[in-house]
Design a protein around this ligand. Structure first.
Ligand code: AVJ
Length: 328
């Protein structure tokens, strides 16, 4: 029997609100303040991201949608040519409007597979479990709400089949190149030889097009970033004055790093729990990276992390790529 005090501490550590609070404190105590972009996605954040995907400056969704709408049959044919029965695990499934095309194709060939959508947002998983059976009634579906690797571990317990892992939507873009390399190596450790990864990368292109995608004229991306301050007010009892912060997106065409900041518009203090944080005028909070890649960089990444790049699927404009990597 565990000592009750230890029990309490373990429970506090696992409480998502507590983890959120600890992460916020760590980020705002750092010399260069930052917040973790995974916290963008509360109910309001999910809705704002939906709006971003619908605004005309934000091209990645449409590009990848085009790839999957037009080329899902070829992608599934290629996957099936590896001669295995796959279950599908999707990391960061969102509303599955892209992957539904792949699932439709796979159902025609192999009606027995199970789809495990993984998402950090419980709200997203809940909605998927309601909406997807209406569109694909014969699909076997098991939603997993949590962190990617913990949920991959769950999927490995639940399923003994080979895995087709989907990591689309440029979700990988939210890591720095170093983090991405670590992520791919870790992901490879959860997989077996013969498993397949389908992963999307937003490609380098004219810098203005990229910057505009993260600086839309309607200010939706601005609100998406500022919403994290609202979330801290609502969930952690923080006292951010949202009007005293400005959204500042950047893109460096040299490194391919597209970064967003919130900038403090005055000297101010913010209180969260037992902590007080000082913000100097013009001080930035680093919010998010959306890394852009060249095709050569994606291939190097695959080879460095235990995968064999076997095919690339592009949209018409070649702005985005979905790569098929085989676990070697
Ligand atoms: C969900 C990570 C693909 O980085 O393009 C969109 C998130 N942030 N606009 C991206 C996002 C601001 C998006 N990803």
């Amino acid at each position: 029997v565990m000592n009750p005090l230890l029990c309490k501490r373990v429970a506090a550590l696992q409480d998502p609100q507590e983890v959120f609070y600890q992460d916020v404190v760590r980020g705002l105590t750092a010399t260069n303040k930052y917040l973790d972009s995974k916290y963008f996605y509360d109910t309001k954040g999910d809705a704002l991201f939906q709006q971003i995907m619908n605004c005309h400056e934000y091209y990645p969704t449409n590009c990848e949608m085009e790839i999957l709408r037009e080329q899902s049959a070829q992608i599934i044919q290629l996957v099936q040519s590896y001669g295995r029965q796959f279950d599908v695990v999707e990391l960061g499934a969102g509303d599955a409007t892209k992957s539904i095309h792949l699932l439709e194709q796979l159902l025609q060939i192999d009606p027995d597979f199970t789809y495990y959508p993984v998402d950090i947002s419980g709200n997203v998983i809940h909605q998927l479990e309601r909406s997807l059976p209406e569109k694909l009634p014969s699909l076997q579906l098991h939603g997993l709400n949590g962190e990617y690797f913990e949920m991959l571990h769950q999927a490995n317990i639940l399923s003994s089949r080979s895995k087709l892992v989907l990591c689309m939507g440029g979700n990988i873009g939210n890591f720095t190149p170093a983090e991405t390399k670590k992520f791919c190596r870790q992901l490879r450790n959860y997989l077996q030889p013969g498993d397949i990864l389908l992963t999307g990368f937003d490609l380098k292109k004219h810098p203005q097009i990229i910057l505009n995608a993260y600086n839309d004229s309607e200010g939706i991306t601005r609100n998406f970033n500022l919403n994290l301050l609202h979330r801290m007010n609502n969930e952690l009892g923080a006292d951010f004055d949202i009007s005293k912060f400005d959204h500042y997106p950047t893109y460096d065409p040299g490194t391919g790093a597209c970064k967003s900041y919130l900038v403090s518009l005055e000297n101010q203090q913010v209180h969260i729990g037992t902590h007080t944080f000082d913000f100097a005028v013009h001080e930035p909070i680093y919010m998010e990276i959306s890394q852009k890649y060249s095709l050569a960089e994606t291939e190097t990444l695959a080879l460095q992390t235990g995968f064999k790049p076997v095919a690339n699927f592009f949209d018409e404009k070649r702005w985005f790529v979905d790569c098929v990597w085989l676990c070697s």
